[in-house]
Design a protein around this ligand. Structure first.
Ligand code: NI
Length: 144
């Protein structure tokens, strides 16, 4: 099994707030991330495809194609946007890294697997919100 990863970055604003909870609950739970007038992150997204190289091309996935899919499905809709307000596929979602990474995975899965070699899967999506805070969605690694 070969793992191929493409790393991309985008900038976006967000606010963590659960509208079904009180103001106090939100402030206590999210702290600065709950400030009403938004804040920004320099996000880094890493998309990993796993499989065997195609016999003719030697690729698990053409990284040019993967780059294009990430651009169309994630960075074009999200870059320099407000993740709470501007991105249709994030509507109603509290934009924590955990929630974002799972939605991003679903956004990418079909296109990535169609472009990859036979039997390859979208293995994981990792989102760095800061250098120190990272969330990863990897449905293959752990099942309850
Ligand atoms: Ni934040």
């Amino acid at each position: 099994m070969i793992f191929v990863t493409r790393r991309t970055h985008f900038n976006a604003a967000h606010r963590l707030n659960n509208p079904s909870k009180s103001e106090e609950w939100n402030q206590e739970t999210y702290g600065k991330c709950n400030y009403p007038n938004w804040h920004g992150h320099n996000y880094i997204i890493e998309v990993t495809v796993a499989g065997e190289p195609d016999q003719e091309t030697g690729y698990v996935i053409d990284l040019g194609k993967l780059k294009k899919i990430i651009k169309e499905r994630i960075t074009d809709p999200c870059d320099h946007r407000n993740l709470n307000l501007d991105v249709p596929f994030l509507e109603g979602i509290i934009p924590t890294s955990e929630n974002l990474v799972k939605v991003f995975y679903e956004q990418l899965k079909q296109d990535v697997e169609q472009s990859a070699s036979k039997g390859s899967v979208l293995y994981s999506v990792k989102l760095f919100e800061t250098e120190r805070n990272v969330a990863e969605y990897c449905p293959y690694r752990w099942t309850k």
